[in-house]
Design a protein around this ligand. Structure first.
Ligand code: NAP
Length: 293
């Protein structure tokens, strides 16, 4: 199949590689061209704009950063829609706004172009190991056509409903992650204050009721002082803002998620640590502690 991939960052590059290795013809574009080098060396073709990618492709994936990036790659003068033909299928894997997913789907429907929102969970590790969870919104007929592609990159794919439903499911996922990341951070601070061996604590907790993905994947990185982005904290803050906007729209109060958002705001907006991974939240606590002394 002729596949296009736009946005070859931490997640996109790994996902695109699996699609290439599965025997598909791959055309790629990324804002910073060098981030497509490895894929091109592995057999992909570089195109200079999203429009050119779409012209070459039967299915186009996008996995960029923020909703405004999604707007640009879909609706820009050199965007995906400018190059898509009738029958093309467009899949946005960016974590973005449900309303934007609906806008893209409606625009596509008017042009007989299939559109799915398909954000993922499972982090950089899940992308590398093809063990992601994919949360899909869109028409079932479109979904069935590309289900085999999702199976190449994931261990669990779920169609939740019409356009935007995938993004809503991803927001539910991020509400849970808000709890596990703040829980992990405060668990480690408490462990240190109590004079316990943090490695032993993580190992023990991994086998009990506190076990969770953040603990297993980010706990060891914190102990190694590794704050490189598996998942950029600025992206997580974007997700918490979208989740709370949506909750607000639905008349729902989520005070624990709002608290997590405030903590990540301090990390990203006050301490300028948005390029660290989400595990870097612990640095915000230590920074605040230092300033209070
Ligand atoms: P990333 O490394 O920043 O990747 C995003 C890529 O999109 C970058 O290479 C960026 O180019 C490119 N891009 C952004 N705007 C563009 C545009 N207008 N035109 C072309 N390319 C553009 O981030 P990531 O970790 O892969 O995350 C991507 C998305 O997936 C985010 O929405 C994030 O919230 C979500 N997500 C991430 C994870 C995770 O664990 N990392 C897990 C699930 C979901 P530049 O190189 O020029 O910046």
């Amino acid at each position: 199949m002729k596949i296009g991939f736009i946005g070859t960052g931490v997640m996109g590059a790994a996902i695109a590689k699996h699609l290439l290795q599965a025997g598909n013809e791959l055309t790629v574009f990324n804002r910073t061209k060098s981030k497509t080098d490895e894929l091109v060396a592995a057999g992909a073709t570089w195109a200079p704009t999203p429009k050119k990618v779409a012209e070459q492709s039967e299915v186009v994936f996008s996995m960029v950063g923020f909703p405004q990036d999604v707007e640009e790659v879909y609706f820009g003068a050199y965007g995906i829609f400018a190059g898509s033909q009738k029958g093309t299928i467009l899949i946005d894997m960016t974590t973005s706004k449900p309303a934007l997913a609906q806008k893209i789907a409606e625009y596509g429907q008017q042009r007989e172009i299939g559109v799915l929102d398909a954000p993922v969970s499972g982090g950089d590790v899940g992308a590398k190991n093809a063990t992601l969870t994919v949360m899909v919104g869109g028409q079932e007929e479109t979904y069935r056509q590309v289900e085999p592609l999702f199976e190449k990159i994931s261990k669990k794919v779920t169609l939740f409903g019409p356009a935007g439903a995938g993004q809503h499911a991803k927001m539910a996922n991020q509400i849970m992650i808000a709890g596990t990341m703040t829980g992990l951070t405060e668990t480690l601070l408490y462990t240190k204050a109590a004079g316990l061996d943090p490695k032993k604590v993580l190992e023990a907790l991994s086998a009990g009721g506190a076990q969770n993905w953040s603990l297993s994947n980010y706990g060891p990185r914190i102990l190694d002082d590794d704050y490189a982005p598996g998942f950029f904290s600025r992206h997580f803050l974007k997700d918490l803002r979208i989740a709370l906007e949506e909750a607000d729209r639905m008349g729902l109060d989520l005070p624990a998620t709002a608290n997590a958002k405030r903590l990540y705001e301090v990390m990203v907006d006050v301490y300028d640590l948005g390029d660290q991974g989400t595990q870097g939240l612990i640095n915000t606590y230590t920074q605040v502690e230092k300033e209070q002394k």
